[in-house]
Structure formats: C-alpha cells, structure tokens
Design a protein. Structure first.
Length: 266
C-alpha cells in the first residue's frame, strides 16, 4: 500500500506481484474500494502478473474531493499514477463504474491500454432519467449517509440468493459500502450523470477485450454484455453463472479462470 500522486491526487493503491510481470490495473466500482479485488489479486500475482489496485479519489483511503468527479478525472488520475510507476502499457480492467473508467482510459490514453477487461458495465450514455436518478442519489448519500443506501442495494449488487447464501461476501460488500465517504461517492455519481457514449471508441478498439457479466446481474444484464461483445472487434464474452453485479466477489474461481485464460492469449 502506497500513497502516490496521480493527476495531482494522492492515491492509495496496492502494487503486488513481480515487478517484471505483465502489469494489470484493476479499477473498483461504486461505492467500493480496492479490497474488492483481493481474490483476483491473489490469483494474478500467483500466475506471475504485476497487479496495481488503486483506491479511486473519494473511495477507500484516497482523498475525498467534494463536488463532482468526472469519469475523465478518474481516468487521468490513473494515467498519472501509472506514469509515476513507469508503466507504459497495461491491461486495464474494471467493474461497473470501473469499467466505464477503463473505457475512458481507452478514449483519453489509448497508448496505455494493452487490453481491456470490462465487467458488468455499459458503454451507453446516461439517459435523462438516469441522470436525474444519479443526482438524486448523490444528494441522498450526503443527507443520509451510506447506511440506508447500502441496505437498499445489497440485493442488486449481489444476486439475492448470494446475499443469503454467501453471508460473508454480503457482509464484506456491505462493509465496503458503509465505509465509503458519502461526499466522495456523491461526487462520483454527479460525474457519472455526465457519462458519455463510449460505443464509438469501443468500435475502434483493436486491442483484445474480455467482457464479463454475472448471469443474474440486474444493473447491467447479460444483454448489455452481449451488446458490448458485439461492438468490440476482438472480444471474448464470459457469463458467470450464480452471480449478480459483482461476479468477481460472488464467484471468484469462475471469474479468475475466465480472466487468466484471457490474459494467457495476450
């Protein structure tokens, strides 16, 4: 764990595995932190990869910058971090909001991206209704704190049967959400309300891409992943059974198997 400036923001992150290993950066979703990737970090480092797992600005141990954090801000933060680490090209993976940030990195910093891993995410711009909901939720988080929000979304973050059947995973996900600073989470939601359309850049993306989705994801269902897969010129689709929005947490062995098989072909 190290604090490091990326785009002027003092990010905390894990830098694990052999320094000579092929680098992979894993970008967490909202409202989580880098610890959500623990099963993937263990599998990747054991396989010889170097893994960078940052806390995004406003999340985990990284500083909170109230107001609005655009997806472009997150992407520039991470590009700055990688530059300071001397990493010139990296596999960029992300889940949900982290997947959108990965797409933004491909848009803004294409030379950095060796390959993409897009888990449970979408390339579509926000609709007017979705923008309104993001802004209302941001205000709610600031007013009420993270507790009520965490309770209201846990059975959408995880498949409902995993909330009851995997109590340890449910407790870990809930704890991450509750520990997030409301101001940081709200800033990200305000930025996501301005999410652009990533379909044009993805259609031009020649780099290999792995698209992953939980079979029972209600936020970004299998149909959304299939649309991503169809859009990308060189992509593989992995549908993870018995999982919702966070298959890397719910079914880590299946997720890791798909990830390692994809990385082996690069």
């Amino acid at each position: 764990m190290n604090p490091q400036f990326g785009n002027g923001v003092n990010l905390f992150f894990d830098d694990l595995g052999p320094r000579g290993g092929a680098p992979v950066i894993l970008i967490h979703g909202h409202p989580f932190n880098r610890t959500m990737w623990a099963p993937q970090t263990a599998a990747l480092t054991s396989a010889g990869y170097r893994v960078i797992a940052p806390d995004l600005r406003g999340y985990g141990e990284s500083p909170v910058l109230p107001g609005k954090a655009l997806l472009a801000d997150f992407a520039d933060d991470l590009a700055g971090l990688l530059a300071r680490l001397g990493i010139e090209q990296v596999v960029v993976g992300g889940v949900s909001m982290g997947g959108q940030i990965a797409m933004e990195m491909r848009l803004r910093h294409p030379g950095l991206v060796r390959a993409l891993v897009l888990s449970d995410t979408t390339a579509f711009p926000e609709t007017a209704e979705a923008r309104k909901a993001r802004l209302e939720t941001a205000d709610r988080l600031v007013a009420e704190g993270m507790g009520p929000y965490a309770e209201s979304v846990i059975d959408k973050m995880l498949a409902p049967y995993n909330v009851t059947g995997m109590p340890e995973a449910a407790a870990r996900v809930t704890a991450m959400m509750r520990a997030t600073d409301p101001q940081g989470a709200a800033a990200a939601l305000r930025g996501r309300a301005e999410c652009p359309d990533y379909r044009p850049v993805l259609a031009r993306t020649a780099e290999p891409c792995l698209v992953v989705v939980g079979a029972d994801d209600v936020y970004t269902p299998v149909a959304a992943a299939e649309a991503l897969h169809a859009l990308l010129p060189d992509s593989v689709l992995a549908v993870i059974e018995r999982a919702g929005h966070l298959p890397g947490v719910e079914q880590p062995e299946a997720f890791n198997r798909a990830l390692l098989e994809f990385l082996a072909r690069l």
